[in-house]
Design a protein around this ligand. Structure first.
Ligand code: MN
Ligand code: MN
Length: 293
């Protein structure tokens, strides 16, 4: 793997963790409440409804790390049972937060041993999309069909829904293009336009997507709008988390995309300095290990 690809992969994973840590402070606030409490929220300061330490991350980052471990255990293949076992072990370790769909379907896995959740038209939360990055890194260089299939295997452990699948596959392909050097303009033409043509529900244009919920369509509209209307890692993340709502998750997804796009030099030093050391070393170590050699 070339040095620039592996450095952008590390930037994507660090970006995920930075966006999670930044956004968690304002998760579930409205934009107006954020203005009242923080002005513009632009520092990794902890707190929020989870009362985090500054630089602490949440389920978005730790589920991605659990997925990455499962992939590495299977010699870089994405296998449903290994993913389910890793998520189950993650849940047993009492994470700081956990989504309802994730919890329900992991409890179901404990009962049945079957690592695929039943199809549900309601399970279109952002829980599978927020953690998809390790699957994108491990399948770099594979065919688009294989990338999409790998995304669905990891997603269906907890979220078996075509709208969630579309989001996971879109994010993974965007990340792969960006770490291989695509510009924002390339991403817009090659991925964003075809995606919203195929899935008009994801169209982000027009109104400012404030207060995005955990519904993956809300999440991704906010992320795409922030990505398209800013020109740096920091401005993209500040823009997306100040919309409030599921801000740690919009931050995490925007962080992986903008990290891959703008590279490691664009990650603000003052944010990297705040990130928990063990998380920073885990994400960079996994980024290197997951890429094909
Ligand atoms: Mn979270
Ligand atoms: Mn969240």
């Amino acid at each position: 793997m070339s040095a620039s690809v592996s450095s952008r992969a590390e930037a994507a994973y660090l970006g995920l963790a930075l966006g999670d840590a930044l956004g968690a402070t304002v998760e579930f606030l409205t934009p107006r409440e954020i203005v009242q409490q923080h002005g513009v929220h632009r520092e990794i300061s902890g707190g929020g409804w989870l009362r985090l330490k500054p630089g602490q991350v949440t389920d978005d980052t730790t589920m991605a790390l659990a997925l990455g471990q499962a992939i590495l255990k299977c010699e870089r293949r994405i296998e449903a049972l290994a993913c389910a076992e890793a998520f189950d072990a993650w849940m047993r370790a009492k994470p700081v937060d956990i989504g309802n769909t994730v919890r329900r379907n992991l409890i179901q896995f404990r009962k049945t041993g079957h690592p695929e959740a039943p199809y549900s038209e309601h399970d279109a939360g952002n829980g599978a999309a927020m953690r998809v990055l390790p699957a994108a890194l491990a399948t770099l260089g594979k065919s688009e069909a294989e990338v999409r299939a790998a995304c669905r295997v990891q997603a269906h452990v907890t979220h078996h829904n075509e709208v969630s699948d579309a989001a996971c596959e879109f994010i993974a392909l965007m990340v792969q293009d960006a770490i291989q050097g695509a510009s924002l303009r390339d991403l817009y033409r090659q991925r964003i336009i075809p995606f919203v043509v195929h899935w008009p529900i994801y169209t982000w244009r027009g109104r400012w997507h404030a207060n995005p919920s955990g519904y993956v369509v809300d999440t991704l509209r906010a992320v795409i709008q922030s990505l398209m209307e800013t020109d740096s890692f920091e401005s993209c993340l500040v823009d997306v988390v100040n919309r409030g709502g599921d801000a740690d998750t919009t931050g995490a997804i925007a962080g992986m995309l903008a990290g891959a796009l703008y590279g490691v030099e664009a990650l603000p030093e003052r944010w990297l300095n705040m990130l928990e050391d063990s998380i920073a070393s885990s994400v960079t170590g996994q980024a290197r290990a997951l890429l094909p050699s």
